[in-house]
Structures are given as structure tokens and as C-alpha cells.
Design a protein around this ligand. Structure first.
Ligand SMILES: Cc1cc2nc3c(=O)[nH]c(=O)nc-3n(C[C@H](O)[C@H](O)[C@H](O)COP(=O)(O)OP(=O)(O)OC[C@H]3O[C@@H](n4cnc5c(N)ncnc54)[C@H](O)[C@@H]3O)c2cc1C
Length: 451
């Protein structure tokens, strides 16, 4: 059996690596000259030309459990790991003109001043809320029904913007956090479900690699014997009833099963050009409807001595109600060592996302830089008139939105699996890196368990 995999982002690379370990034949094609898809780490020289900045243009960290760490160990990556510093534990939310620490547990939630009494009361009464989620409920509807609008605006929405670049008024609870529905169904309460499952949920840690996230795709790619970089797939077609023909820039292969590990735009193009384009028209149509908001990522470094704020935390998120230009900032040098010269601090700022914020992401560089410096200077007491280093990167299509269009895609994907056409990508069944790795590993396991 030979499996064809189109796309060498983390999903395709993990799948290829797992197939190779199991002795299953595969080919993997990647359009770009480098593996990793959204994972891109970049080094830039510092002003003294001795120390460097390490910037993540895409994902900044992985959230993983012991099983994932074991898998990385098998890949030989344990010496490269760098765990987030204890000081970066706290998350901050912009409210009333400054960043305030988001309550992290019941005492600070109930006795702190972040939330109003109305919200505290709703939290206390959530266990007696007997309502059940109707089909198609959005995240915002779910949290409003069980808690308050304040929780939606000042906890859920910024958090969802941070993970999904998404709008909680559109994202479906069933597609993003199905565990909440389970808690509601099985325990009659989200809080009760959280408490009951606290001990069973494996402890997850946030980490990266000394040379950045790119280490992971590079390590996987280095193991693969059948990876073809700089080789976009241009056409796929059926051979008989069971096999697939794949034409790439460099040649043609026949495979028994074909896996799409590309974004929905590329997947739509490929399936609409098959010899069975009519059969795949509904899938292509559903794929074209999936939304990916734009996101602009800006890195800014300042001399530590010029920044008054201690930056003891992971970063700050900006609720839409606060009218800020950016969606939020990660305090990169507080999370991991070696991100900038020792006497500086590095911020990673995200601009854009769903729900009207995209226009900011598309503004010219100088406008984006100006707004970000102003917001950073005001929020963190920065005395410098500009950063000592800054750089910008734009994702035109950043993150697939798990809204009603994803449900339509899922139905269509299930239909074509009978043709030996499969999907292993971040728009299908989970978006985070650990989700993508987990899905690819279990998919390979289903094809052939290791004896
Ligand atoms: C700004 C940003 C920050 C993020 N932060 C985090 C984070 O901190 N933690 C986290 O867990 N997740 C994060 N994510 C999400 C995560 O990075 C992605 O969900 C994940 O990397 C997607 O991997 P993938 O392999 O499914 O897809 P992709 O990375 O999109 O890979 C698809 C690959 O297919 C290739 N391709 C396309 N067309 C063809 C073709 N015709 N032929 C051959 N190859 C083709 C592409 O070049 C690409 O390499 C972030 C995403 C973004 C954009």
C-alpha cells in the first residue's frame, strides 16, 4: 500500500513520519522550499551583531502532555526543548486603561475585583443552571446562557481571539470546545465537569525549542526518505476505482490512498480539477466557503531599562470593547529565554482576526508600526521614542474558522472517504499543533497498527 500526502505542514509531516515508522510506503509533496507550513522561525541580527532576535512568524509554542513529550524524545528533540518560564504563567486582559491579571482560580475569581458581582453570582449559580445547549449554538451564546455577557466580552472573546483569531459570536461550541457540551450533559454544569476532571486530565505544558518552532518540522523532514520540497501538486485524478494519480511539478505517481494535508483553498483547487470534478463539486464548494481572517504579526524590541512594566506574564489580550488597534501581545522574552539580546525585551503583537479587526491587519507598515508603538508605550510605560528592533509579517489567510461552514465541510469529507481520499489538516478536527500531531498519529495508526 502506498499513501500520497499533499502538503508538508505539521499535519502532513507527522503523518509521513508515522507511516515510515510503520513501514508503509508513502510520498509527500510540498509546494514550498521549506517544510512546516505555518511554522516559521526567523533569526535576525541584533544591533551589536553578536546576539540575535528569534522571532516566530506563526505558532509560538506547543501545549503538550507527557505522551507528546515522549514522541518528541523519540525524534531526538528532548535536548532542544525549552519550557515556558514560571513567570509567564499569568494572562492579562486590557480593561480600564491598563492590563489587569485575569483571575486564574476560584479565590481570585470570586474575591478579586476583575469581575462584577453579577458575574461572580452567575459563576456561583452555574451548577443549578439546568439549560442544555441547542444544536448550532455559538461559543458566545453558550457562555451567555451559562454565565454573563461580561464573561463573554472580557474572558471568552479575547481568549478566542488569541487562539482562533476568531469571533465567539460565530464559532460553534461543538466544533471548538466540545468538552464543554459533555460537561453540561454529563454533570449538568461546566464548573462541576471541570472540577471532576481536574485530576484525570493529563498535565499539559507549554514549550518551544531553543532554535524556535521550526526545529520540529526540520527534524521530521530530516527523517523522511520520500519528501519532495519545492514540488507543488498540480493535478489529482482517479486511476480505476481505488487508486489516485498525482501530478506534481516534477513527475507523476500512483498511490492507493490520497491525503489532503493542505489549506482549504488548495484542497478546493485540487478536488475541483479531478477527472471526477462533478462528484467533488459539493466538497469544493464547501471548502471555498471556509473563512480564514488575515493576521499581521509584529515583533518589537526595547531596551529593558526603557520599559517600566515588569512583564511578569505570558502577555496581554485586548477585548474589542476597549477599542485597541492590536488584538493582543505576547511578552516573548518573558516566556522563553534567548529571544532577544539580554538587555532588551521582545513583544510579539497580533493585529487582525475575525469580526471586523481585519482592516487593521491590512493597513500599511508605517501605520501598523505607529499604532503598535503607541499602544505598547502607553500600556507598559515605555520611554523610548521607537523600538530598537522591529519587523512585520503578514498572513493573508491565518486561521480557519470553526463556524457553520466547517460543519458543512465535515459532512462532505466523510462522503469522499469511500473513494480513498482523506483529510489530515488543521481545518478538520482540531487546529492547534498538538491537535494536528495527535490526529496524524492516530490516522497512521488506523492505516496499520504496529504489530
Ligand atoms: C499567526 C499564527 C499563530 C499560531 N499560533 C499557534 C500556537 O502558538 N500554538 C499552536 O498550537 N498553534 C498555533 N497556530 C496554529 C497552527 O500553527 C496551525 O494550525 C498548524 O501549523 C497547521 O498545520 P497544517 O499542517 O495542518 O497546515 P499548514 O501549515 O497550512 O500546511 C499545509 C502545507 O501544504 C502546502 N501546500 C499547499 N498547496 C500545496 C500543493 N498544491 N502541493 C503541495 N503542497 C502544498 C503548503 O505550502 C503548506 O506547507 C497559529 C497559527 C497562526 C497563523
Amino acid at each position: 500500500m502506498t499513501i500520497g500526502i499533499i502538503g508538508a505542514g505539521i499535519s502532513g509531516l507527522t503523518l509521513a513520519y508515522e507511516l515510515q515508522r510503520r513501514g508503509i510506503g508513502y510520498y509527500i509533496w510540498e509546494a514550498s522550499t521549506q517544510p512546516g507550513g505555518y511554522i516559521r522561525s526567523q533569526r535576525d541580527a541584533g544591533s551589536d551583531h553578536q546576539q540575535t532576535y528569534l522571532r516566530e512568524l506563526g505558532p509560538n509554542s506547543l501545549l503538550g502532555d507527557a505522551d507528546l513529550l515522549l514522541w518528541l524524545d523519540e525524534l531526538g528533540l528532548t535536548p532542544q526543548l525549552t519550557f515556558s518560564k514560571p513567570v509567564s504563567k499569568d494572562r492579562y486582559i486590557f480593561r480600564d486603561s491598563h492590563y489587569r491579571r485575569l483571575p486564574s482560580g476560584p479565590p481570585s475569581l470570586l474575591f478579586g475585583s476583575f469581575f462584577s458581582w453579577k458575574t461572580k453570582l452567575a459563576i456561583l449559580q452555574e451548577r443549578s443552571n439546568k439549560t442544555i445547549s441547542p444544536p448550532g449554538e455559538t461559543l458566545a451564546q453558550f457562555f451567555r446562557r451559562r454565565f454573563t455577557t461580561e464573561i463573554v466580552d472580557y474572558a471568552l472573546a479575547p481568549f478566542v481571539a488569541g487562539i482562533y483569531a476568531g469571533d465567539p459570536e460565530r464559532l460553534l461550541v461543538s466544533e471548538t470546545f466540545p468538552v464543554l457540551l459533555r460537561y453540561e450533559r454529563d454533570y449538568g454544569s461546566v464548573l462541576r465537569g471541570l472540577i471532576k476532571n481536574q485530576s484525570t486530565a493529563g498535565r499539559r505544558q507549554s514549550f518551544s525549542f531553543r532554535d524556535g518552532m521550526q526545529t520540529l518540522p526540520n527534524a521530521l523532514a530530516a527523517q523522511l526518505t520520500h519528501l519532495s520540497l519545492n514540488d507543488p501538486v498540480e493535478y489529482i485524478g482517479r486511476v480505476g476505482t481505488n487508486s489516485w494519480l498525482v501530478k506534481s511539478a516534477t513527475g507523476t505517481q500512483t498511490v492507493d490512498r490520497l491525503v489532503l494535508a493542505v489549506g482549504t483553498d488548495a484542497a478546493a483547487r485540487l478536488v475541483s480539477h479531478t477527472d471526477l470534478s462533478e462528484r467533488y463539486a459539493p466538497l469544493a464548494e464547501a471548502l471555498r466557503r471556509v473563512e480564514y481572517p488575515s493576521m499581521t504579526v509584529v515583533h518589537s524590541a526595547y531596551k529593558r531599562a526603557d520599559v517600566q512594566h515588569p512583564l511578569n506574564g505570558f502577555g496581554g489580550l485586548n477585548p474589542r470593547q476597549e477599542g485597541r488597534f492590536a488584538a493582543g501581545h505576547i511578552w516573548s522574552s518573558s516566556i522563553f529565554d534567548g529571544r532577544c539580546p539580554d538587555d532588551e525585551v521582545l513583544f510579539t503583537t497580533f493585529v487582525g482576526g475575525a469580526g471586523g479587526a481585519e482592516t487593521n491587519a491590512r493597513k500599511p507598515d508605517n501605520i501598523v508600526f505607529g499604532h503598535i508603538h503607541q499602544e505598547l508605550a502607553h500600556a507598559f510605560g515605555i520611554r523610548a521614542i521607537e523600538p530598537v528592533f522591529r519587523a512585520i509579517y503578514r498572513w493573508e489567510r491565518a486561521i480557519p474558522q470553526y463556524n457553520e461552514h466547517i460543519v458543512a465541510v465535515k459532512d462532505q469529507v466523510e462522503l469522499v472517504e469511500t473513494d480513498n481520499l482523506f483529510v489530515c489538516a488543521n481545518w478538520y478536527g482540531g487546529l492547534s499543533l498538538s491537535d494536528c500531531i495527535g490526529k496524524a498519529r492516530s490516522f497512521a495508526g488506523k492505516l496499520s497498527p504496529i504489530p
